[in-house]
Design a protein around this ligand. Structure first.
Ligand SMILES: Cc1cc2nc3c(=O)[nH]c(=O)nc-3n(C[C@H](O)[C@H](O)[C@H](O)COP(=O)(O)O)c2cc1C
Length: 203
């Protein structure tokens, strides 16, 4: 099992809900699969640049030897290869303004490459990847149900991205309502930790 573990919280390991929970999940997956390898990508500690057109040009075969594009293609290829090599992707992502942090969006923009991770066919787009994704999410409010559910552009968006890539086996783990006070924070973390325990036994 090759695990790609991505963290996107701007908070540090001591305070971040998603960093703590995604680490817990990866540790449990490793314990259940002692031969598992883990590639770790922290898109906050090592931020990726916003994409510009050089990324498209770099992936065009006739441009691949252009020295000006070598850095772009090197970075992009490494990210794509890292994702392709993963059987399991664990994403720790807080909700920022109803969706993913821009640091994680930058990673998404670097790895959704036509011809590499998905392709266009006469029938429409087709994902070229397979495997499993665990989305470990946290938000100040509650979006899985109730009056703010329509504002959830985090779990819906990330699920759409992984399905688009061909990764249809997706588990969503949420610590929600952490801004509603220490009691709800504790309940949310306990419930997410419980789900992680159940899922990692089944993995
Ligand atoms: C820049 C920023 C934007 C946020 N936007 C939202 C939001 O739209 N909805 C929400 O419920 N919580 C929002 N929050 C709260 C975080 O989602 C919440 O604190 C979450 O637990 C952070 O995850 P972390 O502890 O792993 O960093 C925001 C926090 C920050 C720093």
């Amino acid at each position: 099992m090759n695990i790609l573990h991505i963290d996107a919280s701007a908070s540090d390991a001591a305070t971040s809900h998603t960093r703590r929970l995604s680490r817990e999940l990866v540790d449990r997956l490793k314990a259940a699969n002692p031969d598992a390898t883990v590639a770790y990508r922290d898109v906050v500690a090592n931020p990726l640049p916003h994409v510009d057109m050089t990324i498209r040009q770099a992936w065009t075969p006739e441009n691949s030897a252009d020295p000006l594009l070598v850095e772009t293609i090197g970075r992009s290829k490494a990210l794509v290869e890292e994702l392709k090599a993963a059987d399991v992707v664990v994403v720790g992502s807080p909700m920022y303004n109803f969706t993913v942090p821009s640091t994680l969006k930058a990673w998404i923009d670097h790895v959704l490459i036509a011809g590499q991770t998905f392709s266009y066919t006469a029938e429409g787009p087709r994902g070229l990847l397979s495997g499993k994704a665990y989305l470990v999410l946290s938000s100040g409010g509650i979006y899985s149900q109730g009056p703010f559910a329509a504002n959830d552009h985090l779990s819906t968006y990330l699920q759409a991205i992984f399905r688009f890539l061909g990764i249809n086996d997706i588990e969503v783990i949420r610590a929600e309502g952490v801004a509603y006070g220490p009691d709800q924070d504790q309940v949310a973390m306990a419930s997410a930790a419980e789900k992680i325990e159940v899922l990692s036994v089944a993995a």
